[in-house]
Design a binder for this molecule. Sequence first.
Ligand code: UT7
Length: 330
Amino acid sequence: MNNKISAAITAVGGYVPEDRLTNFDLEKMVDTNDEWIRSRTGISERRILKGKGLATSDMIAPAVKQVCEKRGIDPSEIDCLIVATVTPDMMFPATANLACDKIGAKNAASFDLSAACSGFLYALTTGAAFIESGRYKKVIVAGGDKMSAIVDYTDRSTCIIFGDGAGAVLLEPHEAGYGIKDSILKSDGSGCHYLHQKAGGSLRPASIETVTNKEHYIYQEGQAVFKFAVKGMADVSAELLQRNNLTGDDIAWLVPHQANKRIIDATAHRMGISSDKVMLNIQKYGNTTAATIPLCLWEWEPLLKKGDNLVLAAFGGGFTWGATLVTWAY
Ligand code: UT7
């Protein structure tokens, strides 16, 4: 009855750098301790992309390559690559353009999308629309951030949170009933001053003053963001369930943005989802911004079954937030 083309995830790839920055390493850098970090955030260590000349595209490229290998396609078959990131290699060209060049995706349209920690959900919804419209047959949606490039490692309130990584999924047309079923995306730019990078854009171009004032690092008012995040992520996830006539019992997995374990617990509680159905890898990777959700899918892929309902949920800078309902297709 329903001939609508669905967009389904048909492969997942991921990349995390080898170098680990543990809580014990951070104890030697700032006034903090392992117990505080674990109890307040759930994080034990994060991965850091080290090495001269390495940037976000160097994590996106292997993640996308892995997707192609798993699905048995050549990168030249990719129609479109969307990269969600707030740490692009450069202001321009887009990191997606550079990643395509690195993997030989010569026939792909490619662009970056900026929605901070919700970037992957924004990109996934955009990529799904390209498939659903019939415009493209193979869209890769990636999220990646080299957060270590914008973290001030003398600021204990932010340096304990963030890490580097990238993840990617392939979207292809699929029979109705599977794939990206619904998505609610929200934004409120009045939240900007709680979480942003002050300089480096057209408002405050780089200058000696901006560098001296450390304005090229992440600025976050953690407590305020925490309150907005708990409410935003839980509200939008509950709204998504309600408008699809689902309860927590119908959900096989909650795939939350990994910013703080306490925010994740609150969202799961509000949705009536028990902790054994919540993907959690914040302890290993910290907050990798646009990469958290695809990295969870990458890690849990072997456990996912065709027909599983997943709710992907995020909250972050902007503010941006959202939730996406996915029925797993393989
Ligand atoms: O992904 C993008 C969206 N971002 C988020 O969702 C992040 C949301 N915010 C958070 O996750 C939390 O607010 C943080 C993890 C950033 C901070 O946790 P918190 O429980 O909100 O701590 P706080 O800022 O209220 O600080 C509590 C205390 C303060 O000391 P006093 O004033 O009570 O004496 C801080 O100075 O903890 C102190 N503190 C630390 N102590 C040890 C702050 N950072 C640290 C630290 N180690 N790293």
